[in-house]
Design a protein around this ligand. Structure first.
Ligand code: NI
Length: 341
């Protein structure tokens, strides 16, 4: 009897010891600290399915941290740690650990978390904080994205993103680039975007005579009209340079001048994250944003920028829509930097 009881005692002790040591511990290969990619995926706790198209993945569980990328609707991802910290899942993304809002993922085999715009408490996965970015239906903020120096193949990618999320933009085309790209110009017009003039040859207009300036404007206006049936309402002068001669020429062509209040410098950085930050971090109602649809880096940036602006409650409008709603409407020869009165 005593030997049997001793054996039972030893077995019980072993079980208790195993439980104490094994539970609550990180599994082998638990999430790598953010920013230290190892390239080897650690053991995943679950599989997540993206339920919020364009959901962002950050390096830390904070919206202010570095952006690693975005997920598409129904895309699957390895979840390394669920709800840690609360409201965030740690995920394995592009060979490194990152964080995504818990509300953007459905864990396979679990109930769907509440959509972020309806913060009704739901068990078991619930974001801890009230979303700050829920669109406000009553007061819609408006922003005008403008793209200079195109068209190019990147224009087509930007058009796709705009179509997917339901936004409009303004494409400031260079006439001499249009030659074999009139199909892109037609597509821009057909999809409801605005075509503005970035002159025929992208010269500094301040260095040209009045006749030369007029020719730079007329030639583009004519080609755009012949190709799309649209009249051009805005001139985006190269380098932002528009002196009195340019202003008078614009009046003769019944055009206003559009500058910008947000300069992304995308042509210089060619860094989607820098472009994203330049636009999104301080985006305000009435902003006119300067980008360039000549670079694939800018098209990459738009895949993050456009869904984020929509998520933050912005309506993406054309320059004509933005300026046209000012008290005096669009005034020929006048220069605009934003849509704020
Ligand atoms: Ni330019």
């Amino acid at each position: 009897m005593s030997v049997r009881w001793k054996r039972i005692f030893v077995v019980v002790c072993c079980v208790i010891f195993t439980l104490l040591c094994g539970c609550g511990r990180e599994p082998e290969g638990s999430p790598t600290p953010a920013g230290e990619p190892t390239g080897t995926p650690p053991a995943a706790e679950a599989l997540g399915i993206c339920i919020s198209d364009g959901a962002h993945i950050y390096s830390e569980p904070a919206k202010e941290s570095a952006l690693l990328g975005a997920m598409r609707l129904n895309e699957e991802i390895q979840v390394l740690k669920k709800n840690e910290p609360s409201g965030w899942h740690c995920v394995w993304f592009h060979e490194q650990a990152g964080y995504i809002r818990a509300s953007a993922l459905q864990i396979k085999g679990e109930a769907t978390p509440s959509p972020s715009i309806t913060p009704t408490p739901t068990v078991p996965v619930q974001p801890s904080e009230t979303p700050q970015s829920a669109p406000t239906a009553a007061v819609k903020k408006r922003i005008a994205l403008t793209f200079d120096d195109g068209p190019s193949q990147s224009t087509l990618r930007i058009l796709e993103v705009l179509k997917q999320y339901g936004g409009k933009a303004t494409f400031c085309v260079v006439g001499s680039r249009l030659g074999s790209r009139t199909d892109i110009l037609k597509k821009v017009a057909e999809e409801g975007h605005e075509i503005a003039s970035h002159t025929w040859s992208h010269k500094d207009l301040n260095k040209l005579s009045e006749e030369e300036v007029l020719e730079e404007l007329k030639s583009v206006n004519q080609l755009v009209y012949e190709t799309t049936g649209k009249t051009v309402a805005f001139l985006r002068p190269p380098y932002g340079n528009a002196n009195e001669i340019v202003k008078q020429a614009a009046i003769r062509e019944n055009m206003a001048i559009v500058r910008w209040c947000v300069d992304t410098r995308d042509w210089k950085t060619k860094d989607p994250e820098a472009t994203y930050k330049a636009i999104v971090e301080e985006a305000k109602d009435g902003d006119i944003v300067l980008c360039h649809d000549l670079y694939s880096a800018t098209a990459n940036a738009m895949e993050l920028v456009i869904p984020k602006l929509i998520e933050d409650g912005f309506e993406l409008v054309t320059v004509s829509e933005l300026i046209g709603s000012l008290p005096n409407g669009i005034e020929a020869g006048k220069s605009y930097r934003s849509g704020r009165a």
